[in-house]
Design a protein around this ligand. Structure first.
Ligand code: UD1
Length: 357
């Protein structure tokens, strides 16, 4: 029996981990034992607990409860806590997801203890080292044993950086597993909306950028006579309070962070999505919705290349004209992201690497 520790801590990781846990339960319950370690990076119910309940994710065996703090201090607390769990736990491998501080801490703790690291969503690059996520993903890739790339662009990025070909595996995108798994579940038809989210530090921590984005969202809601549904991340909530609230943006309807299935419902009701989130960009594409990316660049270049998204940064004119260009645009199927069986491929490759098959 292969014993793995899955490290999660932030909202998008719970969603990705659900797909892997479901695949273990359905296909590999005799071969793989998984424990989940929650770092506690995200701790509000709406950012954490509701995903475990709704997506039926096994309860974490460990919770480090690190909470928030400066990057160094937050990552250090995770590193120490994970090291302790790994030292006592006799794990054969550690699974980490994406690019958060929890990813970096988990990978680093394991690598130092010579425990194989399996990085899901490897090889993504924004080529913007001002982003904490870019530092996290580059470092994590370089200390990982197997690199599970969601796209061929990610594979090419890793090849370009000189990784051994045997360590790179094109798995397809694990978020597509979920979208297909939950398709048709609880997705009702409601009135049309515009869906918008903002949470990247470079957008929330700059009052000027945040104000420009909010003004553009409000203008778009007015122009198309549709409500802009705006699930507010805790970081963004604090930033909005700091600039005097949302009172003057009457077309923006703020709501609590949504559950996974409510997000899928909102996506289906959307005419268009405006976001700086990587995950939501993809989910919009997966369900055939155009997307305006509120960043200067994206790691998911396939979506832009497919004509389904435009990077518009925090520039109101660019955001408004991107919306116009994409309005009513029909979007082709997301073949670039694999076949929706990423979790199975990942588990097979891990078992093979560990000579369990
Ligand atoms: C983190 C990830 C980012 C990911 C995002 C998903 C890093 C560097 N960034 O960003 O890649 O896209 O999660 O949401 O790891 N907060 C709460 N309640 C919570 C969680 C956070 O109030 O449940 C507050 C924190 O106190 C902090 C702020 O939100 O002030 C930011 O949280 P943090 O975990 O540092 O990063 P995110 O912006 O969520």
């Amino acid at each position: 029996m292969l014993k793995i520790l899955t490290i999660v801590g932030a909202r998008p990781q719970f969603i990705k981990a659900a797909a892997l846990s479901h695949a273990i339960a359905e296909h590999f319950s005799d071969a793989v034992h998984e424990d989940i370690l929650h770092t506690g990076q995200h701790y509000d119910d709406a950012m954490s607990e509701q995903f475990f309940t709704e997506l039926d994710i096994p309860r974490p065996a460990f919770n480090l409860n690190v909470g928030s703090g400066p990057h160094g201090a937050q990552t250090a607390r995770m590193l120490a806590g994970t090291e302790e769990v790994l030292t006592n736990g006799h794990y054969d491998g550690v699974v980490v997801y994406g690019d958060t501080n929890s990813t970096l801490a988990g990978a680093l703790a394991a690598a130092k203890l010579h425990i194989p690291v399996y990085h899901i969503e490897a090889g993504l690059r924004s080529f913007n080292r001002d982003m904490p996520e870019e530092i996290n993903r580059v470092v994590t890739d370089h200390i990982s044993t197997l690199l599970f790339a969601p796209t061929h662009t990610a594979v090419a990025n890793l090849e370009h950086e000189g990784f051994d070909n045997e360590s790179i595996i094109f798995s397809g995108d694990i978020m597509l597993d979920n979208v297909l798994h939950y398709a048709n579940k609880n997705i009702d038809n409601g009135d049309q909306i515009i869906l918008a989210t903002v949470h990247r530090d470079f957008n929330t921590d700059s009052p000027e950028r945040l104000t420009k984005i909010l003004s553009a969202l409000d203008a778009i809601g007015k122009q198309y006579s549709l409500p802009v549904i705006f699930p507010v991340h805790p970081r963004t909530k604090k930033a909005i309070e700091h600039i005097g609230g949302l009172g003057r943006y009457i077309h923006i309807q703020p709501v609590q962070p949504l559950s996974y299935l409510d997000t899928q419902t909102m996506l289906h009701r959307s005419q268009i999505v405006l976001t700086d989130s990587g995950g939501l960009q993809k989910e919009a594409f997966f369900c055939g919705k155009p997307c305006v990316i509120l960043r200067p660049e994206t790691e998911w270049t396939e979506i832009v290349d497919a004509g389904a998204a435009i990077t518009a940064d925090a520039n109101p004119n660019q955001i408004i004209s991107a919306c116009k260009a994409l309005w009513n645009k029909s979007i082709t199927a997301p073949i670039q992201f694999g076949d929706g069986h990423a979790a199975l491929k990942i588990l097979e490759a891990i078992l093979q690497k560990q000579h369990c098959v």
